[in-house]
Design a binder for this molecule. Structure first.
Ligand SMILES: [Fe+2]
Ligand SMILES: [Fe+2]
Length: 297
């Protein structure tokens, strides 16, 4: 099944003039847990676009092709919106350039083109090119399952609104989360179209994504806290996670890990994972989309 409505890429503009790395007052951990998206997403979303571009010639369904193109446009805008935050932080005395370069090398090493990953193996003759393309689309589908869960969380959460926070950063995360909800089915639709999304491959991609994302999220949050000159001692990750999840400022580990099982079920349908109407409602009032429309007009 393809996305029932037409996915719309939206241009955005953010006012970063008042944004600090600790953008939620008194919540260094939650701020930097969210800030890890500014390192990872510009890199992986550019990679999503590259993989989907490679897959596009094999798409034989017109609606799916339109969805895939709209998905690529949205993801390119998302990466472009997160990227300038590194410069905003640098102006505030927090340099994350080395972390970005390290992440880029990691993605190139683990998920790059077949020649890079499989070395001298005759990948085309062994059928690895086709398998690797389908599997990388599967990795994206598994990743998009989590961006949908996180997008839904940030859209529907009201506890964060009660804390003093930077409105530009909250809008970036909510606009991005809303578009993740909007295009939540596209990667899985493409995965099914190319490979049939068999259970063995779903196990493989989820078995890769869950430990990889967990490890990366811990490492990048700790890295960001170490780079933040206002933090004297980096607190323990799991203790902080439990504390913040208890206050409903971040999802619980059970929410995220429970979500991974749903992806493996035979009847998995990304459309059932969230409510598009809530996402479209936010997108209609997002200051960043309005600012851009205002600027264009
Ligand atoms: Fe995105
Ligand atoms: Fe996405």
């Amino acid at each position: 099944m393809t996305t029932p409505h037409k996915i719309k890429p939206r241009k955005v503009a953010f006012d970063w003039s008042k944004t600090d790395p600790q953008w939620i007052e008194g919540e260094a951990f939650v701020s930097h847990l969210a800030n890890s998206t500014h390192i990872l997403l510009p890199i992986v979303e550019a990679w999503f676009c590259q993989v989907f571009k490679d897959a596009l010639p094999q798409v034989t369904d017109d609606k799916l092709r339109d969805d895939v193109i709209a998905f690529m446009r949205q993801e390119a805008i998302h990466g472009g919106a997160h990227r300038p935050v590194a410069d905003v932080f640098k102006e505030k005395g927090m340099d994350i350039g080395a972390g970005i370069a390290r992440t880029q090398r990691l993605i190139d090493f683990a998920l790059g083109n077949p020649a890079r990953v499989f070395g001298l193996l005759p990948t085309r003759r062994l059928g690895l090119d086709k398998w690797w393309l389908g599997t990388r689309v599967g990795v994206i589908a598994a990743g998009e399952h989590f961006t949908c869960i996180l997008g839904r969380f940030i859209l529907e959460n009201r506890e964060l609104d009660k804390l003093p926070h930077d409105p530009a950063m909250m809008d970036l995360l909510r606009w991005h989360g809303a578009e993740e909800v909007e295009h939540r089915a596209v990667a899985f639709d493409l995965y099914k179209h190319l490979t049939g999304a068999p259970l063995t491959n779903r196990l493989l991609v989820m078995g890769f994504i869950v430990p990889m994302l967990t490890w990366y999220w811990i490492r990048s949050t700790q890295y960001l806290m170490r780079q933040d000159p206002s933090i004297a001692k980096t607190p323990g990750f799991f203790r902080e996670w439990r504390r913040a999840a208890k206050r409903n400022l971040i999802p619980t580990a059970a929410d995220l890990l429970g979500g991974s099982w749903r992806f493996l079920m035979p009847g998995y349908d990304p459309e059932k994972e969230a409510d598009t109407a809530i996402a479209l409602d936010y997108l209609a009032k997002s200051p960043a989309t309005k600012r851009k429309v205002g600027a264009a007009g």
